[in-house]
Design a protein around this ligand. Structure first.
Ligand SMILES: [Zn+2]
Length: 335
């Protein structure tokens, strides 16, 4: 059922210890599926590639999904994408994980911990994707801001949740020896996943889109390009914050938000709301509660994201096709 392959040259061998780690993680998730009453996978492919974007693009016609992989690239606010989960089938029981070869290595304990976390994160996506399908809930990407915000919320929440699940798996497979000789489960914090870096990169990206809105005020040009940039970057900021916050929180602990009023302005209260919502959900949901929980969450989080856009000067009306964007003067917003 588990197929591990090297892309593009399948004849080369992956180190045995790495294959063993991947097998252990796949089994751990089989266990979670059976505990949660989720159908077992019919196949799991892990593709290890030196060219992640190229491998993902090659799968475009073989996998389902809302977004085309044709133009997939790996640069994001917060770093470079090192793994991607896709599905061959509507039931989400035949996932394909593409992992960047440079980021999975088990030759030292710290690299082993990183690899465990990264692969468990992608496997958590396969579990959540399958549960979402079984629960019959869909939040597709949308055209209008008052729907797009829900899609962005759902995406950020899934990243937070996948990190939290990966953190639990890491703790179940690795431990840390304390100074007094005792030991405890390892967490992502021990593996130095830099909550601060994610926060700083998110703050920089936020400053950039605030500047972009101001450029529009001055020039009056390229409104729809500006909005596309703000919308895409808002999604990336939320995902960077989700990763940073999950690393900061640890799997069972709601720490303070990693944002601040001074660095994040209206994103601070938006993130506070999202973090509270994210953290109030169970790490691994029950299938029969999944749909109601996700609908309520994206509704509330979506409203907070609309408030954030208002805070940086953008409000929307549906009285023209597809919608009307109003850009507030600087005195009325955070800039
Ligand atoms: Zn992810």
């Amino acid at each position: 059922m588990l197929r591990i392959q090297l892309h593009p040259d399948g004849s080369e061998q992956l180190p045995e210890a790495l294959v063993a780690t991947l097998e252990t993680l796949a089994m751990a998730f089989d266990g979670v599926r059976s505990d949660q009453g989720v159908a077992p996978l019919t196949s799991l492919e892990i593709v290890v590639s030196d060219d992640l974007a190229g491998a993902v693009r090659e799968f475009d016609s073989a996998v389902i999904g809302d977004e085309s992989k044709e133009n997939f690239h790996t640069d994001r606010v917060g770093g470079v994408v090192v793994g991607k989960t896709m599905y061959r089938d509507e039931e989400h029981r035949q996932p394909v994980l593409v992992m960047s070869r440079g980021s999975i290595d088990v030759s030292t304990p710290i690299n082993h911990a990183h690899t465990t976390f990264l692969v468990a994160h992608e496997l958590a996506h396969t579990l959540i994707g399958q549960m979402r399908h079984e629960a019959g809930v869909r939040t597709p990407p949308a055209e209008v801001p008052w729907e797009t915000c829900k899609w962005l919320a759902r995406y950020a929440f899934e990243e937070y949740r996948a990190d939290s699940i990966a953190d639990v798996i890491l703790g179940a497979t690795a431990s840390v020896t304390e100074e007094d000789g005792g030991s405890r489960p390892m967490t992502v914090r021990d593996a130095h996943f830099g909550a601060n870096e994610f926060g700083e990169l998110a703050a920089t990206a936020l400053r950039r889109i605030v500047g972009r809105i101001h450029e529009y005020r001055v020039s009056g040009k390229e409104l729809s390009e500006m909005w596309l940039d703000v919308q895409t970057t808002t999604g990336e900021i939320l995902i960077a914050l989700a990763h940073g916050q999950a690393a900061h929180d640890g799997p069972r602990n709601a720490a303070d938000p990693i944002t601040s009023e001074s660095d994040f302005g209206p994103m601070h209260s938006c993130w506070k709301t999202l973090h509270e919502l994210f953290h109030s959900e169970p790490i691994v949901p029950a299938v029969d509660e999944f749909a109601d929980q996700e609908r309520a969450l994206v509704e509330a989080a979506g409203t907070a994201i609309l408030e954030f856009w208002k805070g940086i000067g953008l409000t929307f009306r549906d009285d023209s096709d597809p919608f009307y964007i109003e850009v507030a003067p600087p005195a009325l917003c955070w800039c």
